[in-house]
Ligand binder design. Sequence first.
Ligand SMILES: [Zn+2]
Length: 263
Amino acid sequence: MNSAQRIGIIGAVLFLFASCGSLGNNLNVFTLEDDISLGQQVVAEIESDSSGMVLLDSASNTKVYSYLYAIRDTLLNSGSVTYRTEFPWRIRVIHDDSTLNAFCAPGGYIYFFTGILKFLESEDQLAGVLGHEMGHADLRHSTRQLTKMYGVQTLLGLIAGDRALIKDITGAIIGLSFSRNHEKEADESSVRFLCSTRYSADAGARFFEKISARGGKNPPEILSTHPDPGNRIEAYRQMKLTLGCKGDETFKDRYQETMRFLP
Ligand SMILES: [Zn+2]
């Protein structure tokens, strides 16, 4: 089926949903392959020379990358990631100490800015943030949110190779604000992914504690895309209690030792 046919069929499906009055937040007309190919286009844009973003080369930063991938594998092996084998779960680090943020493009393409890696204090905090970002991709929040922002036809046009909007959409993904419900779901994913590990499963909450204690005139980027740290800290703790997660390790020393290798 070509993309014009798909757009036609999806248009018809949308019409049916709309006429049934059930066109809700959670409608996702994209396939898993669409998530991955949209993610690949975003990756190509971020990693192009014109993006202005400098990536840490994985060949010359092996200590940092193999460390991040080991943490990722621990979460992937938790048994709680739905698309564990379907998505690539690729990690890249953007060299920018002034940006306190991390994000995940559709299909499981994860980015950390060096700013957040240097701000975090321990491995469990990093695992908590990683779990949150992986949760957004695993729950396919970004294609849902982008559908709301740009419409189905625009996104399918993009997947079909129309590059006109790719810059715009890449910018949107980096600064994407999810709904409160999606944020709550990603927080819950973080706790679920960490629950069977040796990490303290509510470590994501300590990141929000730390970042809200920082205060100051210029709130970090992650607070503009992740509002209400106060309520979330309590929600993380509750979720950890509900699931009965036992881990309590922080692995602070080895985190700090590895981050010394960052440029
Ligand atoms: Zn989020």
